[in-house]
Write a protein that binds this ligand. Structure first.
Ligand SMILES: Cc1ncc(COP(=O)(O)O)c(C=O)c1O
Length: 359
């Protein structure tokens, strides 16, 4: 059947070549007469896959040996809790910069566990801009400084990382990782759920500086214990083998596309194509300040919200799926992650032009 262009925010589209390879290997992985889903995670073949995928990710992002790379479960939401639980001492403050929905979620989870300091909150700016650096209230003794690199709902992206050095930088890169080069050595910990740029939901990548592993209290339950998970090669318990396998194929695919530098070039071009069109039109609008606009998620509104229903219906009829904005923000949103081809973006802009002309 024909594939549609999927603009969903996550789970999101996967590269066609990856899906084809997974289909090819589904019934008989490595010619062994069984699926990777049915194979033991302790077997030689899966261990090799796990080790190779870690090497591939290290190569793609330039991750040094100073960092452990973990393939976990529980999504970004588990990290929201695990980070304050294990990287801050009881009673020690944690700094959070809130630039949207996910930063707010992460901070409210942290507040359940440790004294939360909101460094700045962009709510008054409607999350269309980042509060000015001069207005941030940083806590001198914070265990870490947390921010969200890309706010998936609002389409607001922070790059390069904020200029703070009083505490290790901790970053939610759920909708950023692999979309552009990142200076890993500026960070204490980076985490990302997979269902945007890395693969299917189920696996969560954590890149953590090894010295921070020493902060994890000895009596931390195993499932929350970064140190023990790192020591066990992410196999303290049964990992999400199929999701991990697909992620390993995605890493290879990204490498074949020129790595993260190649992805960044293409992602910038795709995003600019949509923003330029929106900015040149009186019918559509994106309200994020240009310097903070995301390359991954482009929210936009129609001049007449009465036409939202027709826009969604017509776009879907033309094979453009998932354009409805998050209910917290409204309007539309085009998520254009790594796997969205430039033809998909052209099809979207073509449809928007046509819809505007007919309206
Ligand atoms: C930036 C960001 N953080 C966190 C999440 C939550 O991830 P999960 O559903 O895997 O917990 C998402 C997306 O769903 C996201 O876009």
């Amino acid at each position: 059947m024909d594939r549609i262009f999927n603009f969903s925010a996550g789970p999101a589209n996967l590269p066609l070549a990856v899906l084809e390879q997974a289909r090819e290997e589904l019934l008989s992985w490595q010619g062994r007469g069984l699926s990777v889903m049915e194979d033991s995670h302790r077997g030689r073949q899966f261990i090799e896959l796990a080790e190779q995928s870690e090497r591939d990710l290290r190569e793609l992002l330039g991750i040094s040996d100073e960092y452990a790379v973990l393939f976990m479960q529980g999504g970004a939401t588990l990290q929201f809790a695990m980070i304050p639980m294990t990287l801050a001492r009881e009673g020690q403050g944690v700094d959070y910069l809130i630039t949207g929905h996910w930063g707010r979620k992460a901070s409210s989870e942290a507040a359940k566990l440790r004294p939360l300091r909101v460094v700045a909150d962009g709510e008054a700016l409607q999350y269309r801009s980042v509060p000015a650096r001069g207005e941030w209230a940083l806590g001198g003794d914070a265990a870490y400084f947390h921010y969200t690199a890309n706010e998936t709902l609002h389409g607001l992206e922070i790059d390069p990382p904020p200029d703070v050095d009083h505490a290790p930088l901790v970053c939610d890169m759920s909708s950023t990782l692999l979309s552009r080069p990142i200076p890993v050595d500026r960070f204490g910990l980076i985490y990302a759920c997979a269902q945007k740029n890395l693969g299917p939901a189920g696996v969560t990548v954590v890149i953590v500086r090894r010295d921070l592993l020493e902060r994890v209290p000895e009596d931390t339950p195993l499932a929350f214990n970064y140190r023990r998970i790192a020591a066990a090669g992410s196999m303290l318990n049964t990992p999400a083998t199929f999701s991990w396998y697909v992620a390993s194929l995605v890493f290879r695919w990204v490498a074949g596309q020129g790595g993260v530098a190649g992805m960044a070039e293409r992602n910038r071009r795709k995003a600019m194509r949509v923003y330029d069109y929106i900015d040149g039109s009186d019918f559509y609008a994106n309200h994020v300040a240009p310097e903070w606009r995301s390359w991954m998620n482009v929210p936009f509104t129609l001049a007449d919200p009465e036409l939202n229903g027709a826009f969604l219906e017509d776009s879907e009829a033309q094979g453009l799926y998932g354009l409805k904005g998050h209910r917290a923000v409204g309007g539309m949103r085009a998520s254009i992650y790594n796997a969205m081809p430039e033809e998909g973006v052209e099809a979207l802009v073509g449809f928007m032009e046509e819809f505007e002309r007919k309206a």
